[in-house]
Design a protein around this ligand. Structure first.
Ligand SMILES: [Zn+2]
Length: 293
């Protein structure tokens, strides 16, 4: 596809627009899931005057701009996070469209599962930023969907690379399923043991169990190699964010979910390069290991 042809531009605009609309739904999820309110009913209303929001005041980003960030009835300020989350979702949809469909040439079904995965990360991250929890509704849904993705999309995990030791000619879907499960266990396990070591050193809970489950979701969708890459990338984002916070002494609670999510998204975006880097490191360690035995 030509990016700048008329057809290319229309497709990309459509993908971005779809992201904005889904982002609007993610806003509802972020507000309602922690409160255990149904996602479909009742319709959205103003948090201040409780007036229902009509459809033309509910158009992603545009309505916010048109209303200048205020409720039509009571002029109560609408959080700027709403349009920001919609735009983030739109950008995520567009970037994945380029990397997964155009550069890697994966199937549309893979793209759809990756989109669902990123939506889970967005909701989990923003709830974590607000409330310092990652709801089970997000992580359990993610774990189940990761296993379904493994079952339905046998090309999902790039099996030759993920589980190269198995005979890939037989029972593709069994091995693909196994790749999801191995991903969940390896990556959840990594964070779990980090948490235990952290607890021994710091003598307090270093890592929440929500992070363990979130990492399981990441491994289930991306396979264990990209999960390892995520595991090593996330602390860098964590440091960038925490240092100014610690210097200004604004509290010491730092949610880790958003950094894991951001790292997972970057690894997914550059998945072929990330897997290559992990492979090279593995080769070095295997060579070292063989040298010493
Ligand atoms: Zn209002």
């Amino acid at each position: 596809m030509e990016y700048l042809s008329l057809q290319g531009i229309i497709i990309q605009l459509w993908v971005f627009g779809l992201g904005l609309v889904i982002g609007s739904f993610l806003n509802v999820c972020i507000c309602r899931i922690p409160e255990k309110i149904s996602l479909l009913w009742p319709a959205s209303k103003c948090v201040n005057c409780s007036k229902h929001i009509v459809w033309y005041d509910n158009i992603p980003v545009l309505s916010y701009l048109f209303l200048r960030g205020k409720c039509r009835h009571c002029q109560h300020k609408i959080s700027v996070l709403y349009p920001i989350i919609e735009i983030i979702t739109g950008i995520v949809f567009l970037l994945l469209f380029h990397s997964v469909l155009i550069i890697s040439g994966d199937l549309v079904s893979d793209y759809i599962f990756y989109l669902v995965f990123c939506c889970l990360l967005i909701v989990g991250s923003f709830v974590d930023l607000k409330l310092y929890i990652i709801p089970n509704e997000i992580t359990y849904t993610g774990l189940i969907l990761a296993i379904i993705a493994g079952l339905l999309c046998t090309g999902f995990h790039n099996l030759d690379s993920t589980l190269g030791y198995f005979d890939n000619s037989a029972n593709q879907w069994m091995i693909s399923l196994l790749a999801s499960v191995v991903g969940i266990l390896v990556s959840g396990g990594m964070i779990f043991f980090c948490g235990i070591i952290g607890k021994l050193i710091l003598r307090k809970d270093a890592m929440g169990f929500g992070d363990v489950k979130l990492m399981g979701v990441i491994g289930g969708f991306l396979g264990w190699k990209l999960a390892v890459a995520t595991f090593f990338l996330a602390p860098f984002f964590g440091l960038l964010f925490s240092v100014p916070r610690l210097i200004s002494r604004r509290g010491n609670m730092i949610p880790y979910g958003p950094f894991l999510s951001l790292a997972a998204f970057i690894c997914l975006l550059f998945k072929d390069v990330s897997v290559e880097i992990i492979d090279e490191y593995l080769d070095i360690y295997v060579a070292l290991f063989l040298h010493f035995i």
